[in-house]
Design a binder for this molecule. Structure first.
Ligand SMILES: Cc1cc2nc3c(=O)[nH]c(=O)nc-3n(C[C@H](O)[C@H](O)[C@H](O)COP(=O)(O)OP(=O)(O)OC[C@H]3O[C@@H](n4cnc5c(N)ncnc54)[C@H](O)[C@@H]3O)c2cc1C
Length: 467
């Protein structure tokens, strides 16, 4: 891979895209060396901001010609060194000018967007027409992009009912790493609309779901639409013990009624409040009539009642899940930087990792306090699994704390992986460790796919230990 600015490449790029959308200035390139993690990436040589699929295709073809790495980037809200150069130099491909809604198809209940649009913008426009996407983005959805979320199979708002960003996905338009443009899902047929994902021989959309952006540049995505619910209710239940709490959580999850459910643990470091009980289940139910909402909330009250849960005021749930604050993430990096992981586990099984986190915190408490780190245990439901988020928040202005906190965070990831935790935003930090746990032949399988699609290894090289 080239590591110095290739003037010839820059000149050719200027024939593809207006020069004002190409930058080689050190200050601009430096800004593109970071995501939101405590670990900085490398500085790209070129930053480029395309507006159309055709431009992306031409850029990718030129990158192949000059054997130059490309790092697609949405909002760069990733927490694990991704969307940034993993190796020095290359092209940072900023997708945020590709932010148009291409089509709202009310007949097939779908919307097609350019992938650089943010969740906030999309949901705002859709709601004007009485639609939303059910799963409405990750925590920082106001600013993060659809393309970024599909690339890491993001979860959060609406995920208890609607799953991941990839579960609401019907198809993609992708610029392959060699520059060809394909459509997946029903639009693979020259006669069909973008109305369904399967039925074209194989789930080619799936190759690009959660791929960390290594298999192609997603330029357009078609998402499912649902009517905006007319009634919304919140619930909070306090628990003193973890076992009945998990039992209640499991029951509530199995019904797939709530759009959002999570629980907090006041003994994990940061107490998110709600009452004297240590644990708080909190969540949101969306319904299509007040009557439906009432029945569903009553059902949840009954589950809580049968498991020794104590019904509380709903402010904690409103604070976290009310869409008007989408998203002032209450526990996000209050102390500066954010060493987090986010893992899916079966609900009862997750207790083992919770214990691991509490023991880990206890073992390192003196240093944690010395460096003013803040630990947080947060969870939420995604589909039928629980997403557990052990966090170590790090005061970014203090180099010693940053060094210590970052190591503490990375070492905890190593430990939790032994318990079968499934991370989905992997980046460099987590991805390298996950690869170590691939069953035999799986890495070879991924590598064969990658080599076939990206023979010059230009797209996001260095992720998942791929060249
Ligand atoms: C405070 C905070 C809270 C968070 N909460 C959540 C959460 O609740 N749930 C969650 O899932 N994540 C969460 N995250 C992580 C992150 O914000 C999300 O994963 C988000 O979806 C990333 O989107 P992005 O636009 O920032 O993508 P980026 O970070 O810019 O990119 C992510 C990856 O996708 C690739 N990529 C981006 N766009 C494209 C494209 N068009 N084509 C191909 N590849 C592409 C990049 O190369 C990179 O590898 C959180 C982050 C922060 C800072």
């Amino acid at each position: 891979m080239k590591t110095t600015v290739n003037e010839q490449l820059v000149n050719e790029l200027k024939h593809v895209i207006p020069p004002e959308y190409i930058a080689t200035d050190k200050e601009i390139c430096f800004a593109y060396s970071m995501d939101s993690s405590p670990v900085p990436g490398h500085i790209p040589d070129i930053v480029i901001r395309p507006e159309t699929t055709q431009e992306v295709s031409e850029i990718v073809k030129l990158a192949n010609k000059y054997k130059t790495a490309i790092y697609p980037r949405g909002a760069a809200a990733s927490l694990v060194m991704m969307g940034v150069p993993i190796q020095p130099g290359g092209i940072s491909l900023d997708m945020t000018r590709m932010n148009k809604i291409m089509e709202i198809d009310e007949d097939s209940m779908s919307v097609t967007v350019q992938t650089g649009i943010t969740w906030g913008e999309l949901e705002y426009e859709l709601k004007k027409k009485g639609w939303y996407t059910g799963m409405v983005g990750p925590g920082p959805g106001l600013s993060t992009t659809i393309g970024g979320a599909i690339s890491v199979a993001s979860v959060y708002y609406g995920s208890a009912k609607y799953g991941t960003a990839c579960d609401i996905l019907l198809g993609l338009e992708v610029v392959l790493p060699t520059g060809e443009v394909i459509r997946t899902g029903s639009a693979a047929l020259d006669t069909a609309k973008r109305h369904t994902r399967y039925g074209i021989g194989l789930d080619s959309t799936g190759i690009f779901c959660g791929d960390q952006g290594i298999m192609g540049v997603k330029t357009e995505a078609t998402l499912k639409l649902y009517p905006v619910p007319v009634a919304t209710g919140f619930f909070v239940y306090g628990y003193n013990d973890e076992d009945p709490l998990l039992k209640a959580l499991h029951k509530m999850t199995s019904l797939h009624i709530a759009s959002d459910i999570g629980y907090t643990d006041g003994a994990s470091g940061l107490d998110m409040g709600g009452g004297p009980e240590r644990f708080m289940i909190h969540g949101k139910i969306e319904a299509h009539s007040e009557k439906e909402l009432e029945v569903q909330l009553e059902l949840f009250d009954e589950i809580a009642n049968n498991t020794n849960g104590i019904k509380k005021g709903d402010s904690l749930a409103r604070m976290i899940f009310h869409d008007s604050i989408y998203m002032v993430f209450p526990m996000a990096g209050m102390s500066g930087n954010y060493g987090a992981s986010c893992n899916k586990m079966p609900i009862f099984e997750s207790k083992k990792v919770h214990d691991l986190f509490l023991n880990y915190r206890e073992k390192h408490l003196e240093e944690i306090q010395k460096h003013k780190l803040v630990t947080v245990w947060y969870t939420f439901i995604s589909g039928s699994t629980i997403d557990i988020l052990p966090q170590i928040q790090i005061p970014a202005h203090d180099p010693e704390a940053l060094k210590y906190g970052t190591e503490l965070w990375k070492n905890f990831i190593k430990e939790e992986l032994k318990y079968g935790t499934i991370h989905y935003w992997l980046g460099k930090v987590i991805g390298d460790q996950v690869v170590e746990h691939f069953r035999s032949n799986y890495f070879e399988f991924i590598k064969k796919l990658k080599d076939t699609l990206d023979p010059n290894g230009i797209l996001n090289p260095g992720l998942l230990k791929l060249p």
